[in-house]
Design a protein around this ligand. Structure first.
Ligand code: APR
Ligand code: PHB
Length: 399
């Protein structure tokens, strides 16, 4: 890329949010360049969630990257809650008038987006060092970075901060201009990926006295499991054998009989947090995806929220260029935040329902059991779980 360059939208971050935004802007004839701090392989090496809401799958289809997703993705019509040794199936399809979710790994989705960007010959700078965002409160923002020993700059109309929870975009906003809301949980998730057949055809959320477990998958031959662990847990304490043994302890007999173990392809510990900043727009800077919010992974909402932010940012930018109107830009933050807070609430609620919460003591355990007992034996209770899990309609609650 030339040392000094101009584009319409400078995107910071080549994760799902940045890549999907770049793809949708390209489809709309809007120029964008993506600046990513890491190498492409590093971005692809991240193992993240893999449950797509219907609206997310539809948006990826619209972006022109849905072929492999439709071929390899697994349509799920329900999932199970295993509570105190009893299984309860949440019939997503039946309880929501036909909605389903698609199990398709974020890594694969990121690869699809990268390949589409390459095929279109669109500019992405990987291993961009010291990325900095400038003058976004005015009408002539720009981004600088260093690459191959040379300082570079791109002038633009807008900056999309798609750089995740530890990025430079949010960090560049004046402290007094942004409000943070955060809840940190007293435990983390130890995740393991293995080339073994999943223990079940559907996802299982396990609430056992030993702690939460999650049985998921990436395909019919690749499994993804999680165990709730204390925040003090270290990977060095968790051999593959110890992981499989603990998972067995938290499963029921049916699960133990079907569990196929094997060497971990990847193991990692993720702390759980609920985090939102308000607003998400600062002049010509838009925060998109994890740059603006984090959900505990229990509800599998992180990627889906990023996709909705991207949808709203794309609508706003198209309106700016095609209709010379900034109404969409002005509405961007409020439009995103309404959906974000609903997903934050559901993710927090489902986390509290499925994880033993030591800090709430014996009465907390009894109240949790009573809430689960009500929800799982009430059609209204199961429906509220189902309609939030598949994702509320985009126009939900619109007046
Ligand atoms: N300069 C350039 N790039 C940066 C910088 C920086 N200063 N800081 C971070 N990045 C890059 C990261 O390397 C990463 O590739 O921004 C990208 C942000 O991607 P994600 O963290 O994946 O966030 P997002 O694209 O919003 O996707 C959200 O990813 O973390 C999961 O659970 C989350 O599924 C959700 C999805
Ligand atoms: C996953 O497959 O990684 C996954 C599935 C469901 C969740 C969280 C993660 O709620």
């Amino acid at each position: 890329m030339a040392p000094d360059h101009r584009t319409q939208v400078a995107i910071v971050g080549a994760g799902p949010a940045g890549l999907l935004l770049g793809q949708l802007l390209h489809k709309a004839g809007i120029d964008a360049v993506i600046l990513e701090r890491h190498a492409r392989e590093h971005v692809l090496g991240r193992i993240r969630a893999g449950v797509l809401e219907q609206t997310t799958a539809d948006l990826l289809e619209h972006a022109g990257v849905g072929a492999r997703m439709r071929r390899d993705g697994l349509v799920h019509t329900g999932f199970e809650l295993l509570v105190q040794g009893r299984r309860h199936r949440i019939d997503l399809h039946g309880l929501t008038g036909g909605s389903t979710v698609l199990v398709y790994g974020q890594t694969e989705l990121t690869r699809d987006l990268m390949e589409a960007r390459d095929a279109a010959g669109l500019p992405t700078v990987y291993e961009a060092e010291h990325v900095a965002v400038h003058s976004f409160e005015g009408a002539h923002p720009y981004v600088t970075w260093r690459h191959s020993g040379r300082d570079q700059r791109v002038d633009c109309d807008f900056i999309a901060g798609c750089d995740g929870s530890h990025g430079v975009s949010r960090a560049s906003v004046a402290r007094g201009a942004i409000r943070e809301y955060e809840r940190v949980y007293s435990f983390g998730w130890l995740g393991l990926l293995a080339d073994t057949p999943p223990v079940s055809d559907e996802i299982i959320y396990v609430n056992s006295e030993r702690g939460f477990a999650l049985c998921s998958m990436r395909s019919r031959t690749r499994s993804r499991y999680y165990l709730q662990v204390p925040l003090t847990a270290a990977l060095s304490q968790w051999s593959d054998e110890r992981f499989w043994e603990e998972l067995r302890e938290r499963l029921d007999e049916r699960g133990r009989a079907r569990l196929v173990t094997g060497p971990a392809l990847e193991k990692s510990i993720t702390p759980l947090r609920s985090f939102v900043v308000e607003p998400l727009r600062f002049g010509r800077l838009l925060l998109v995806g994890d740059a603006g919010h984090i959900v505990p992974p229990t509800g599998a909402k992180g990627l889906n929220l990023a996709a909705t932010d991207v949808r709203y940012a794309t609508d706003a930018l198209i309106e700016h260029y095609a209709e010379r109107s900034d109404a969409g830009i002005d509405r961007y933050s409020a439009r995103c935040l309404r959906r974000i807070w609903r997903a934050e609430r559901f993710s927090w609620w489902l986390t509290r329902l499925t994880h033993p919460l030591a800090e709430e003591g014996p009465i907390g355990a009894k109240l949790q059991q009573a809430e689960l007992d009500y929800l799982l034996h009430s059609e209204a209770g199961r429906r509220t779980i189902a309609e939030n899990y598949v994702g509320l309609p985009l126009e939900f609650g619109e007046v």
